[in-house]
Design a protein around this ligand. Structure first.
Ligand code: IPE
Ligand code: IPE
Ligand code: MG
Length: 252
């Protein structure tokens, strides 16, 4: 007999706030740097699992505009780690046909790191299995401030009329302009806050807070988050779930 089941709802765009590296290291009696190093290595495992689960867009918060306030030695280590990770992971990203882009104000990074970012974007620009966005020196307020400045310039130069500014125009000036709004955001590390990640884009995003620290966030826990998401009813301010994807697939 043929049975029919509705397809599982997978987030098209998943955002992750990868928090808890330092506390993970502390609980293991390790130095903080080891927490960051393990956290950076862990990105590959989770990114691959996301692609295998059918996520098309993955956005990772790796370094915020506020993270510069940390002690100098930690910031220096994180910058060095970003460079090493880009060097080590490029071949794997190419192998997995992952397209990479960086969002954030990159001019504050040393030029050798900026160069690695451009290389990584250029070398992966033709892939489309997974679209990986890495937020480095990114802040939602930075993004909105930048967009506002550019919109003001466009108005001043006569390319744009003030009454033409609507939500889609604002969205088109953001660093996330080429991404759909995130469907789900996972934050590891036990805190329940956005910490200045995708402020505009998160308007109707679902949230999943994991108590474990990022280096200990397993693929099982990822699958648990995706399962929970699949049961969330999203109403977007309306009465019923929009875009319920009523297609039935044959499963026998
Ligand atoms: C997240 O780990 C990585 C960055 C913010 C760069 P943390 O270093 O914030 O770890 P906790 O949250 O202090 O444990
Ligand atoms: C959020 O973590 C930023 C990143 C994961 C890059 P933080 O550790 O910086 O956030 P707060 O300070 O706990 O809000
Ligand atoms: Mg933290």
């Amino acid at each position: 007999m043929t049975s029919f089941t509705a397809p599982v709802k997978v987030p098209l765009h998943l955002a992750i706030i990868m928090d808890g590296n330092s506390r993970w290291a502390e609980t293991k009696g390790l130095l903080r740097d080891e927490g960051h190093r393990t956290g950076a290595k862990h990105v590959r495992t989770i990114a691959e699992a996301c692609a295998d689960e059918g996520v098309r867009y993955l956005s990772l918060f790796a370094f915020s505009t506020e993270n510069w306030q940390r002690p100098r030695d930690e910031v220096d280590f994180l910058i060095q780690l970003i460079g090493e990770t880009l060097d080590n992971e490029l071949h794997e990203l190419v192998k997995r046909e992952t397209k990479v882009q960086f969002i954030g104000e990159r001019s504050r990074f040393p030029s050798r790191i900026q160069k690695k970012m451009w290389e990584c974007e250029t070398e992966t620009s033709n892939y489309d299995k997974l679209f990986l966005t890495i937020a480095l020196n990114y802040g939602g307020r930075w993004d909105l401030t930048n967009a506002t400045r550019e919109i003001a310039q466009a108005v001043q130069q006569g390319y744009l009329q003030p009454d033409e500014i609507d939500e889609s125009v604002i969205g088109s000036y953001l660093a996330t302009r080429n991404l759909p709004a995130p469907d789900l955001c996972i934050r590891t590390g036990g805190d329940r806050r956005i910490s200045n990640f995708l402020l505009w884009d998160f308007a109707y995003t679902e949230f999943y807070f994991a108590d474990c620290f990022w280096p200990a966030f397993t693929t099982d826990e990822l699958q648990g988050a995706l399962r929970e998401y699949a049961h969330r009813q999203r109403r977007f301010g309306g009465r019923r779930e929009l875009n319920p994807n009523p297609t039935l697939v044959e499963s026998n």
